[in-house]
Design a protein around this ligand. Structure first.
Ligand SMILES: Nc1ccn([C@@H]2O[C@H](COP(=O)(O)OP(=O)(O)OP(=O)(O)O)[C@@H](O)[C@H]2O)c(=O)n1
Ligand SMILES: [Ca+2]
Length: 491
């Protein structure tokens, strides 16, 4: 018993002072690690916001984007949190009703006010970009297009946001920003991966943008971007009047050239019959001898192959002043790599269920679809607006012709076209790229990043602290005892 007590007294671990010191050291290490973790923890996420209005030819959409406040220059941080479709037509349709152009945006702007925290309103930028509808209106009547822009400007300035301007963007910008959007959302810039091309089909214009290894012969189609430390030589072209609504007008005008008041149209279903008038547009050449508002009886005959022949006639494939062309004498290198095809490319191909078919299968399906009687189509899709429904045979045929005969996609590379609406939460389109550019959120050089991610840093801190603690214990066990014994001897 006495021996046992002596052993206990000799074992320094049973001394209260040693126990206290050990507890203090352990607490010290824990405090150190805790402090390191807290100090380096990402701060509570605070978000910033941006609003972009896409004033398209057929309608306006309002997009809200958000990104973590302290990570403005990191890539892949901006995402779309809300989209609102403005009721009614695009702002260019208010040409004769100008004061209502701004007011038309009210509902969506009120929504934006609700979605964005009030304290962020004064620093939230608002941009409005108008595309082909306003480009055409400007060609038609520049004063009226200025007044429409002033109307939306005055209206947007009544909001508590940071108004950054309303302007007509160029076709080049529209193509380039669409390309930036899809590649930003796919993380291609961050990983310095090969980029994907962008195909955008609107109501009044269409854009093709991709990186080409071949020389871009025409200056107006060439753009150079330096993003995250890499150079991108981009080919881009915007075809005004080749959006799907204006292309339909062109096709109708071509068929009406003969001057008849009866139009038997293979691009519309058999049994379709409507009285129409062809409204004048800067897109439709004044080749007809009669007035441009002439009325005609539009009858469908439903034949996709004949429809393709009609559609081909709106393109000029013969004149090319360059090494190679798409159409209408526009230079285009051969398409290469993957492509994201969005907006009406997606709406139409998705409706026709052609998003994953080969070119040949798509043509066969179009033959069958176009020849289906109009009455049957209406019965099959009772909830789709009849104006849209009537046009899908034309639109599908137009898309296949534009891609195959216009841009020179083939059966082999057809699978490289992905028909997409969104990437993650965000819609594919030019608006995100536009905002990223105007807010300088895409740096030319790759931003410096900490050598270790936060998790790795914490793990290393914990491991090293434990390691030091164990070393201390071992050292104490090995060297601590003689000191204690020596003390005892002195006593
Ligand atoms: N769910 C939808 C939405 C739109 N559309 C049609 O798709 C075309 C293009 O729409 P959009 O991409 O919104 O064109 P805009 O941006 O308005 O036109 P642009 O880019 O030429 O200015 C229009 O004919 C529109 O009627 C469609 O078929 N189905
Ligand atoms: Ca558009």
């Amino acid at each position: 018993m006495a021996e046992q007590r002596e052993m206990k007294e000799k074992n320094p671990w049973h001394r209260p002072v040693i126990i206290c010191i050990t507890v203090f050291i352990a607490m010290g290490v824990i405090t150190l690690v805790a402090m390191a973790v807290v100090q380096n923890k990402p701060l509570h996420q605070k978000y910033k916001y941006g609003i972009v209005l896409d004033a398209g030819s057929s309608h306006t959409s309002v997009y809200i984007y958000e990104w973590p406040a302290e990570k403005e220059n990191n890539t892949g941080m901006v995402r779309q949190t809300h989209a609102c479709n403005v009721k009614g037509k695009g702002i260019s349709s208010y040409a004769w009703n100008i004061s209502y152009a701004g007011m038309s945006l009210r509902e969506c702007m009120e929504e934006a006010k609700e979605k964005i925290p009030v304290w962020r309103h004064p620093e939230t930028p608002v941009y409005l970009g108008a595309t082909a509808g306003m480009r055409l209106l400007r060609m038609f009547n520049a004063a009226v297009s200025d007044q429409v822009l002033s109307s939306v400007e005055r209206f947007l300035q009544t909001y508590p946001f940071l108004y950054q301007g309303a302007r007509i963007i160029s076709g080049q910008e529209e193509g380039a920003y669409g390309w930036i959007t899809v590649n930003y959302l796919n993380g291609n810039f961050r990983k310095a991966l090969t980029t994907m091309g962008a195909l955008d089909l609107g109501g009044a214009s269409t854009q093709i943008t991709f990186v080409s290894k071949q020389e871009v012969e025409s200056e107006e189609n060439s753009m150079l971007f330096r993003l995250y430390g890499n150079d991108y030589h981009v080919y881009t072209h915007s075809f005004l009047c080749y959006g799907k609504d204006q292309a339909l007008k062109l096709a109708l005008a071509k068929q009406l050239q003969t001057g008849e008041s009866q139009l038997r149209d293979p691009c519309f279903h058999p049994g379709y019959i409507e009285q129409k008038s062809l409204a004048s547009s800067p897109c439709v050449p004044e080749t007809r001898p009669h007035d441009s508002e002439r009325t005609f009886t539009h009858t469908g005959t439903g034949n996709a192959s004949l429809c393709q022949e009609v559609v081909k006639r709106i393109f000029n494939f013969t004149h090319c002043p360059w090494g190679r062309c798409s159409f209408n004498g526009v230079f285009q290198p051969p398409v290469e790599g993957q492509f994201g095809a969005f907006s009406a490319f997606y709406f139409v191909m998705n409706f026709l269920n052609l998003t994953s078919d080969s070119l040949e299968q798509s043509k066969l399906k179009m033959d069958h679809y176009c020849s289906t009687p109009w009455a049957e189509i209406k019965q099959r899709y009772p909830s789709v607006k009849q104006k849209y429904l009537a046009e899908y045979c034309f639109s599908g045929t137009y898309i296949l012709t534009l891609l195959e005969n216009g841009y020179n996609f083939t059966s082999e590379n057809w699978k490289d076209i992905q028909f997409i609406k969104k990437i993650g939460d965000s819609d594919a389109g030019w608006t995100l790229g536009y905002m990223l550019n105007l807010t300088n959120m895409i740096p030319a050089e790759a931003p410096d990043e900490p050598p270790l991610p936060h998790g790795g840093y914490v793990a290393i801190m914990v491991l090293f602290s434990l390691f030091i603690f164990i070393l201390f214990l071992l050292a104490y066990k090995l060297f601590g005892r003689p000191v204690c014994n020596a003390n005892k001897q002195i006593i």
